[in-house]
Design a protein around this ligand. Sequence first.
Ligand SMILES: [Zn+2]
Length: 424
Amino acid sequence: MRAARLFNLLLALLVTLSLPNCARTQNRPAPTPTRLVVRAARMFDARAGRIVGDAVVILEGDHIAAAGPGLAAPAGARVIDLGDVTLLPGLIDAHTHITYHYDRTGRFGISWDSGPDETLKFAKENARVTLLAGITTARDLGGDSRVVTRLRDEINRGETDGPRLVVSGDPLTPSALRGVAEDDPGERVKRIREFVRARVAEGVDVIKVFEGVDEGGHPLFDVREISAAVEEAARAGLRVAVHAHEAASVKAAVRGGCASVEHGSFLDDEAVRELAKHHVALVPTLYLPTHYLEHRERFVAFDPFTWSFFERLRAGNLANAARAKKGGVWVVSGSDAVAGLHGNNPREIIWLVKAGLTPAEALRSATVDAASLLGLEGKVGEIKPGAFADLVAVPGDPTKDIGVVEHVVFVMKGGKVFKAEARP
Ligand SMILES: [Zn+2]
């Protein structure tokens, strides 16, 4: 039972960990006046997918009041002129693991955190570097509910620097059905509904399900079971994100009504058609296997099976995502940021271009399209009146050279400046 084995390993590792604290540095939020103007040579219009020159964004408090080329600054407003850079909406990472970190030995899976307080400490550092990389909104899929809801709330109260978080808390896995007979579908569905209600009671924002296949290739949760989770989540206004690699598990997830398929690494034609037909987002997490394989010595807990699984992912995931894209599947950017990857989240956008998205499409997948998946359209992912004043700046023109997304020089979230390397 390969999928279950991998997923049990990941779950075991998910419990608690620790990363050497990087030095606390500059880039503390600076107090900003209520009337502020940000100017730059260029701005990315995410909805239109094009660059606009002579960018002017007028802010009021934590929101954007107006944005466009050549707007006049209101009298008395403070002006931040960033010069020859491109303004982007604050970037969105639709798949993170903000609680994952290297342990005290600098590796993953040797020692465990003493409890939620220690995990939170590491998660805060991860949140800080994620924000400084330009990610102003992130959907965290599968962290300890006790840690991620606290982190989200501390960030929202301004006590901790980090992206706006949409959190799932503990994921639904087949272990929620332990002790239930395979031939008791009623009890299985009941347990699934109970699981979702428990997460809702914890105050999560989205439900994460770990789907997979058994030895016979059958989905671990069938369509009816996924539907039950989706229906129960919808009662609370929440959406469901489903981890699924194999085509059969992707199809069960899509037919069950999920909002997004995470990974979707081994699609067949039918799975591509189903994703496109139901307008379910695919978050292909393309860079992650390369990250693991390039830092193999630090992930000491992974067994040979897991490493060969990552090799298979790395070998095939670009072609797989390209096929999905060609088939009309809606692709959204998610880094799957784990230990060592926090702060490098925008690299996924570059990998989406390797998979055949145009730079403008890849930028959309990490801005306006991700906002739509997260149910935050109009609030984040666009530089437009009424949206949060979440802005990042990159040198050059990212529609010509997507590599610049890894070199964010300015980060503003909710009207507060967190990074300003390009400040005049
Ligand atoms: Zn993940």
